[in-house]
Each structure stands twice: as structure tokens, then as C-alpha cells.
Design a protein around this ligand. Structure first.
Ligand code: NAG
Ligand code: NAG
Ligand code: NAG
Ligand code: NAG
Ligand code: NAG
Ligand code: NAG
Ligand code: NAG
Ligand code: NAG
Ligand code: NAG
Ligand code: NAG
Ligand code: NAG
Ligand code: NAG
Length: 622
């Protein structure tokens, strides 16, 4: 008789050593007295029974423990907990095999086979002890990467040696694993080995609850990324950096900018970024197992131009002809484009603006404009002050036109120079003044002459052309002179000359004898003088600025008789010559008057006849 028991789906090789319960010929043998079965599996209990020959089998059934109704065991097939699951596979002769499917923990009992003949009955004690077990993975919670760890698939009873354990990680069967009985040995654990482990037995659907294996390791793959903004970083933006790292347990993170600690946490935010925040950032990730730095990430903060200024080279004074370079400096990111302006006019572009031979036309206010795509800014204006020697010196006369004595006249010297020139005035070669305006308040003819000004600054000097001041004045020093041979004798010709000083020279002369106009022209001829011509003569000189009378000249004409008389006294000629030389015509006149009663006095209705008369009287005494 052979009875074998085991687990339904296991490739069991039946144990042929049967477990026999017998007395004489009575007996029940089971394949196994103890069966370890997985929950929900089907268990087949192989069973055989014997009885003495001649007996007829009346009843066969299986019973559980010693549950009896009265004196009789209860038929397990009639127990509602079993009825659906229990299957009697044997017969009514010697095969008592059964199968119990979907075993549960409650099924862990002792089971016996009972058979009854018409003569007697038999219970196959001590029966079969069934233990139903589930599976549990036993594992440490955490393991450090690189260490060895073993996971055990535990059951409450011994499954047969033949049971093949299978392992799952995250529900995926592990094929290539090094199994050792019910243990999973993970050597030199890698982080990928972390996961939800469960175990099972080949051929069974039952798997253990999952157990989490936590592989700890030091931080690796530390990296920084910029979450926002996505593109270019412009000053004022809010910038957020995030540090990611592979690490278990989760790391602590700290942030460094160029080696300086700036913050901690997974996220580093700069709410209003400025260019000062530009630079290389790293994060450091560390946990109990170690630490690691990320690669540096560069924040390049863009900003519009600022600090725009112009510098002039060479510094200091700029003299015409110099080479001058203006440089525009500005701070911006990205670098700016520069353009140049003089006044409102654009000159060009480029960081520098050069003028190779500067002239005064280049003087003025310059500025540069710096622009990039984030904005633009103008520099302050700088003054380019080109200095140069006086270019010219020009004298102007005010008032213009004719200058008449007594006028106020101003000479002005204008000159183009930088810095402004010092002015000197010259009349002829003589220095006369140093103001820009040379004033002559009541000009006189003495001021006539050649004037020029000299304009001078530290770069050179320049003389003006000469201007001539020609000062007009009315006649003056009007006098009458007589051109004759000392003694005026009747019949001779006499020439009276009117001389005067005036500017312009007088052309208009009038002659008066007494109050009567007797002629004109500078020279007054009397071709055959007679005593009738005796009298007082004056001339008047006139130009457009005025007129003036000369003093009166008294003309005394000698009669021929008188001359003869005079000659008879000999010396008289010499005396008369001397007297003539000293006293002039008056003496003669007076002498003549004394000799000639027909005095010309009656005619001399001049302005001051009494004086002349007196003068003549004085000479009468001679
Ligand atoms: C028991 O096994 C059957 C198939 O044999 C399956 O359909 C059922 O879901 C299982 N029950 C449990 C609780 O595992
Ligand atoms: C035990 O119960 C089953 C099901 O009710 C029945 O088929 C079988 O005949 C019974 N056996 C005996 C000996 O009563
Ligand atoms: C008993 O019956 C079962 C099921 O039919 C069978 O597998 C087994 O081989 C039989 N045992 C013997 C000894 O014939
Ligand atoms: C892990 O197991 C291997 C092989 O048994 C052994 O050589 C190694 O030293 C073990 N490592 C540790 C960390 O125990
Ligand atoms: C396992 O379950 C599947 C479906 O749930 C079923 O088809 C299969 O027969 C079961 N295997 C065992 C050994 O119970
Ligand atoms: C692993 O274990 C550590 C503590 O040992 C814990 O801090 C960490 O959160 C765990 N990791 C996972 C993924 O559960
Ligand atoms: C540039 O301008 C900023 C303000 O806009 C100022 O704080 C800084 O000192 C300036 N730098 C220079 C070199 O002028
Ligand atoms: C230019 O420079 C000169 C000398 O340095 C100075 O006298 C003059 O005032 C300056 N001109 C201007 C417009 O600044
Ligand atoms: C010269 O004359 C001008 C114009 O009459 C006057 O403005 C100026 O002050 C005078 N200068 C001097 C030094 O008298
Ligand atoms: C003419 O007048 C000026 C002054 O007006 C005087 O100085 C000068 O001597 C005069 N000349 C003659 C020849 O009388
Ligand atoms: C003055 O008189 C002399 C001779 O008497 C004569 O030669 C001369 O030309 C006269 N001069 C003038 C200016 O009339
Ligand atoms: C005056 O007389 C002189 C000489 O007699 C003569 O040369 C001159 O032309 C005369 N002049 C006039 C204006 O008659």
C-alpha cells in the first residue's frame, strides 16, 4: 500500500516510505505525517488503507481532529467549510487519496481517514498534520551601497527542500539572482537594488507582502539647473536655481558663489538679481555618507549701459593741430554699441572718436551714447575747447565816417583767438593802450595818425592792418602875409597871402578891406597899388567845418614923393628897413599916414577902427 501526500503543484517526487498505521491487516498509510502547504494552494494527501480479506467496505470518509458526533467522526465532506474544496480521489477498496484546495490558515489541523466495513471500522490515527503557511520577506530596512545584504523568504513551516523560491523586485521577477535556498544574497549592493521585494514559490501564485529595501549611498550626480528664467538673465529678474542630486538619505544642500557660502536648501532664489550676482555658483550635497559638489553654473546677468562717460586724450589744453581722441567708457552686458554726438548731430560710432588735426571748428560739446538690447544711456557732455593763436586783428572805428575835432572816438580791436587775446594799441610805433577799446573822448588833430592793434595770447600774436585817423577841423591860425619888398610904393604890385590851418585844407578864402569884400582865393593881388589901397585887410578861411577871420593887416602905401624924401635922408632906408622888419606894415602905414593927409582912415570902416587909429596915432609921435 502506498500513500503519498504533498503539495499539489510542486513537482514532488512521492515519498514512497509510507507512514503506516496498522494492526493485523487493518491499516491506513499516508505519504507524509506532516504537510507544509502554502496558503491557497491545493494539497493532495496520498493515502492507502488495508483491511482483512472478507470485509466489505461500507463507508469511507475523512475526518478532522476528533470532532465527533456521538461516537462517530464527522464526514468532512459534509462540513460547509470544506465541502466545496475537498475532493475524494480514492476508491472504496484501498485508495483514500484526497485533495483540499485553497487551503487557509484555518485548515491547519490533523486529518484522518475513516473506513467502515459491515463488520468493523477503522480510524487512521495519528493522521496527517497539515500546516498552512504564508511567506514573509525578512530583510534589513536599509543597507549601505556596497555592502552585502541577504533577504530571507520565511514560512512558518518547512517547505520541502525541493521548493524553489523566486524573488520579485517591484513586481518584476529576478532571474539572474544568486539564490541560496530561501535566501536572496545581494552582494555589494547597488542603488538600483533598492526596491519593493517579495518572494514566492515556483508554481504558486502566492507571494509574500512586499518589503522595502532602502539602499543608502553618498550623494552623486550633483547638478545645478536654472529653473527660471528660461533664457537670458536680465538685471531685476527673479532667478531660481535648483540643486539636484542622487542621494539616500536625502541630502542637505548648501550653495556657494565662488567659494563663498550663500545659502542652503535645495532651491536658491535671488529675487531681484543685479550684476553683482553674476558669477559661478555651485551646490554641495551632503548626507551621512559623504558630500559632493556640483559643477559650477555661471550666472551672466545682462544689464543696460550705465556709467557712460567720455574722456579726452590728451588731457589738458588742446591746441589747434593736435590729435585728439575721445573715448567712451560704459558698463553694460552684453557690451554696448557706441555712437558719438556733437550737439544733436551724430558723428560716428565706435568706442573711440579721433580727430587727427583738430581745428577750432571742432570745439563744442561732445557726448556718446551707449546702447545694447537692454537699453541705452548718454554720457554727460564734455566740452572740447580748442585753443589757438589769434587769427586776425581788425580795428574798427566808431563812429564811422568823418571824424571832427571834439568828437569822441573809439577804436575797437576785434580778434579771433582762444583763449581771448590781450590787446595792445600802437600809434605809429608807440604803445598807447591795452584795452580792447581805445577811447579818445575829445579828439584833437594831434590824434591823427596811424593806429594798429596787436592781439596776443599764449599761442601767438597778430597785428592788425594800420588804420589812419584823419581828424577834421575848421580853419585856425588864419593870418595874412604880405609878399612885397619892404616898402610899398605907389604903382607896385602887392600880393597878400592868406594862410590857415584846417582839415580838410580850406579852399574858400575871402578878402575884406574894412567891411567890404574885395576878393577871393588864397592869394590877393593888387597889381598897381595906389594910396587908395591903403587900409585894413583881413582874410577869412573856410572849410566845411567852420570859418575864421585873420587879424587885420593895415596897408600903408607910400607916395613916390615920400620915398624920394626918405632917400634924401639916407639912413632912412636902413632905419625904415629895420622898422619894417620889427613893426611890419603898420609902421609904414603910420608913416605914410603922417606924410599923406589923405589918409585911408576914412575908408577903414573896419570892426575896430578906433584901435587902428590909436595905433596909428602912436606912430604919429615918431
Ligand atoms: C487563490 O488561488 C486562486 C487560483 O488558484 C486565485 O484565483 C485566488 O485569487 C487566490 N486567492 C488568494 C486569496 O490568493
Ligand atoms: C460523506 O459526505 C459526502 C458528501 O455529502 C457523501 O458523498 C459521502 O457519501 C459521505 N460519506 C459517508 C460515509 O457518509
Ligand atoms: C490513488 O488514486 C490517485 C488518484 O486517482 C492516484 O493518483 C494514485 O496513484 C492512486 N494510488 C495507487 C496506489 O494506485
Ligand atoms: C560581501 O561578500 C563577498 C563574498 O562573500 C565578500 O568577499 C565581501 O567581503 C563581502 N562584502 C562585505 C562588505 O561584507
Ligand atoms: C495562478 O493564477 C492564474 C490566474 O490567476 C491561474 O491561471 C493559474 O492557474 C494559477 N496558478 C496556480 C499554480 O495556482
Ligand atoms: C532610507 O532610509 C533613511 C534612513 O535610514 C531615510 O532617511 C530615507 O528617507 C530612506 N529612503 C527611502 C527612499 O525610503
Ligand atoms: C557705476 O554706477 C553705479 C550706479 O549706477 C555706481 O554705484 C558705481 O559706483 C559706478 N561705478 C563706477 C566705476 O563709476
Ligand atoms: C577754453 O580754454 C581757455 C584756456 O584754457 C579758457 O580761457 C576758455 O575760457 C575756455 N573756453 C571755454 C568755452 O571753456
Ligand atoms: C570806451 O567807449 C565805449 C563806448 O563809448 C564805452 O563803452 C567804454 O566803456 C569806454 N571804455 C573806456 C575804457 O573808457
Ligand atoms: C597855430 O595854432 C596853434 C594852436 O591852435 C598854435 O600852437 C600854433 O603856434 C599856431 N601857429 C601859428 C603859426 O600861429
Ligand atoms: C613875391 O614877390 C616876389 C618879387 O617881388 C616874387 O618873385 C614872388 O613870386 C612873389 N611871391 C608870391 C607868392 O607872390
Ligand atoms: C598875382 O600876381 C602874380 C605875379 O604878379 C601872378 O603870378 C599871379 O598869378 C597873380 N594871381 C592872381 C590870383 O591874379
Amino acid at each position: 500500500m502506498m500513500m503519498s501526500i504533498g503539495m499539489a503543484s510542486l513537482p514532488l517526487i512521492f515519498l514512497l516510505i509510507f507512514y503506516e498505521v496498522s494492526s493485523a491487516d487493518w491499516g491506513v498509510s499516508y505519504s507524509n505525517s506532516q504537510i507544509c502547504a502554502l496558503k491557497n494552494s491545493s494539497v493532495t494527501i496520498y493515502c492507502a488503507y488495508t483491511y482483512p480479506t472478507g470485509h466489505q467496505i461500507k463507508k469511507v470518509f475523512w475526518a478532522k481532529n476528533s470532532v465527533k458526533v456521538g461516537e462517530e467522526y464527522t464526514n468532512l465532506s459534509e462540513d460547509p467549510e470544506y465541502s466545496q474544496r475537498l475532493q475524494y480521489l480514492g476508491d472504496k477498496q484501498n485508495n483514500c487519496t484526497i485533495r483540499l484546495s485553497h487551503v487557509t490558515q484555518k485548515d491547519s489541523q490533523n486529518y484522518y481517514f475513516r473506513f467502515i466495513t459491515e463488520l468493523d471500522k477503522w480510524i487512521g490515527k495519528p493522521g496527517v498534520s497539515l500546516t498552512v503557511t504564508d511567506l514573509q520577506v525578512e530583510s534589513p530596512e536599509t543597507v549601505k551601497e556596497g555592502h552585502n545584504v541577504s533577504l530571507t523568504c520565511k514560512s512558518s513551516c518547512d517547505l520541502t527542500d525541493r521548493a524553489t523560491f523566486i524573488w520579485f523586485r517591484n513586481s518584476q521577477p529576478l532571474t539572474e539572482r544568486r539564490d541560496r535556498n530561501n535566501q536572496l544574497l545581494l552582494q555589494s549592493v547597488r542603488r538600483e537594488d533598492a526596491g519593493r521585494y517579495s518572494c514566492g514559490v515556483q508554481g504558486h501564485n502566492l507571494t509574500s507582502p512586499v518589503v522595502e529595501l532602502n539602499v543608502t549611498f553618498e550623494p552623486s550626480s550633483v547638478s545645478v539647473s536654472i529653473i527660471s528664467p528660461s533664457g537670458e538673465i536680465v538685471e531685476g529678474d527673479s532667478v531660481t536655481l535648483i540643486c539636484s542630486s542622487d542621494s539616500n538619505p536625502p541630502p542637505e544642500m548648501s550653495w556657494f558663489k565662488e567659494g563663498m557660502f550663500v545659502g542652503s536648501g535645495r532651491i536658491y532664489s535671488i529675487s531681484k538679481i543685479s550684476s553683482d550676482n553674476s558669477g559661478e555658483y555651485k551646490c554641495k550635497s551632503n548626507n551621512e555618507h559623504g558630500e559632493k559638489d556640483s559643477e559650477a553654473v555661471t550666472l551672466n546677468v545682462m544689464y543696460p549701459p550705465r556709467n557712460v562717460s567720455v574722456s579726452i586724450s590728451p588731457s589738458g589744453e588742446i591746441v589747434e593741430g593736435d590729435s585728439v581722441t575721445l573715448s567712451c567708457s560704459s558698463d553694460s552686458n552684453p557690451p554696448a554699441e557706441i555712437s558719438w554726438f556733437k550737439g544733436g548731430r551724430i558723428l560716428g560710432s565706435g568706442r573711440t572718436y579721433s580727430i587727427s588735426k583738430i581745428s577750432s571748428d571742432h570745439s563744442g560739446e561732445y557726448k556718446c551714447k551707449s546702447s545694447n538690447k537692454h537699453g541705452e544711456k548718454y554720457s554727460d557732455a564734455v566740452m572740447l575747447n580748442v585753443t589757438y593763436a589769434p587769427r586776425n586783428a581788425v580795428v574798427s572805428i566808431s563812429p564811422s565816417g568823418e571824424i571832427v575835432e571834439g568828437d569822441s572816438v573809439t577804436l575797437s580791436c576785434s580778434s579771433d583767438s582762444n583763449p581771448p587775446a590781450e590787446i595792445s594799441w600802437f600809434k605809429g610805433e608807440m604803445f598807447v593802450g591795452s584795452e580792447r577799446n581805445y577811447n579818445m573822448s575829445k579828439i584833437s588833430s594831434d590824434h591823427s595818425g596811424e593806429y594798429k592793434c596787436k592781439s596776443r595770447n599764449k599761442h601767438g600774436e597778430k597785428n592788425s592792418d594800420v588804420v589812419i585817423l584823419n581828424i577834421m577841423y575848421p580853419p585856425r591860425n588864419v593870418s595874412v602875409s604880405i609878399n612885397g619888398s619892404g616898402v610899398i610904393v605907389e604903382g607896385e604890385s602887392v600880393t597878400l597871402i592868406c594862410s590857415s590851418d584846417s582839415n580838410p585844407p580850406a579852399l574858400d578864402f575871402s578878402w575884406f578891406k574894412g567891411r567890404m569884400i574885395v576878393g577871393s582865393g588864397r592869394i590877393y593881388n593888387i597889381s598897381k597899388i595906389s594910396s587908395d589901397h591903403s587900409g585894413e585887410y583881413k582874410c577869412k578861411s573856410r572849410n566845411k567845418h567852420g570859418e575864421k577871420y585873420s587879424d587885420a593887416l593895415t596897408l600903408c602905401v607910400m607916395s613916390v614923393r615920400w620915398v624920394l624924401w626918405f632917400k634924401a635922408f639916407g639912413v632912412g632906408v636902413a632905419v625904415g628897413g629895420v622898422a619894417f622888419g620889427l613893426g611890419g606894415a603898420s609902421v609904414y602905414t603910420c608913416l605914410t599916414k603922417r606924410m599923406n593927409r589923405r589918409s585911408a582912415m576914412k575908408d577903414s570902416g573896419n570892426s575896430d577902427p578906433s584901435e587902428d587909429f590909436n595905433l596909428c596915432n602912436a606912430y604919429d609921435e615918431l
